[in-house]
Design a binder for this molecule. Structure first.
Ligand code: ZN
Length: 168
């Protein structure tokens, strides 16, 4: 494996893997690299100031895993799980990234009461399988993720019904 690309924010105590290369077609800022949390404010600032920004995932992604990169949504808390199961966040870019096995494990941890929504569902991360993000793509992420949550919740309920209808 080659050396990972690191976030260019000098404030990190330890080298932090970068997930994107950021560049500004209008020359607003020098091209740079960012970790998940730095990407989020860089993109917000750029959009807020009206400067288009191009995001190109670092390849291979430091979070590249067989079977995809997942986020875990808590229907109970109406928020994403943080990194490594620590707390919750409303922000998709600050949410933890999980491989398939760990996302499945996370979704099986809590008791799912009859008639309730599944406590947790796993959904593909917005950056999974993307070559780049445009500004419009970034703006579409909240809708995309709401759609993935609805779909994952619907599928979990359907799987549970199917399992319940099989005689033990
Ligand atoms: Zn960073």
């Amino acid at each position: 494996m080659s050396e990972p690309t690191y976030c260019s924010n000098p404030d990190h105590a330890r080298p932090t893997p970068a997930i994107v290369h950021l560049s500004w077609p209008d020359g607003w800022f020098k091209p740079t690299t960012a970790c998940v949390s730095d990407m989020q404010w860089q993109v917000r600032d750029s959009l807020g100031e009206g400067h288009p920004v191009i995001l190109q995932p670092v390849t291979p992604s430091p979070y590249d895993r067989k079977g995809g990169t997942y986020l875990v949504w808590s229907n109970e808390s109406a928020a994403w799980w943080g990194p490594n199961g620590s707390g919750y966040t409303a922000d998709v870019w600050s949410a933890g990234r999980y491989d398939e096995a760990n996302a499945i494990k996370a979704c099986g941890m809590r008791t799912w009461s009859q008639g309730a929504q599944p406590p947790e569902v796993m959904v593909l991360a917005p950056e999974d399988g993307r070559a780049a993000f445009t500004v419009d793509d970034i703006r579409a992420v909240p809708d995309l993720m709401r759609q993935r949550i609805r779909e994952a919740t619907r599928q979990a309920i359907a799987r549970r019904k199917a399992a319940a209808s099989v005689p033990a």
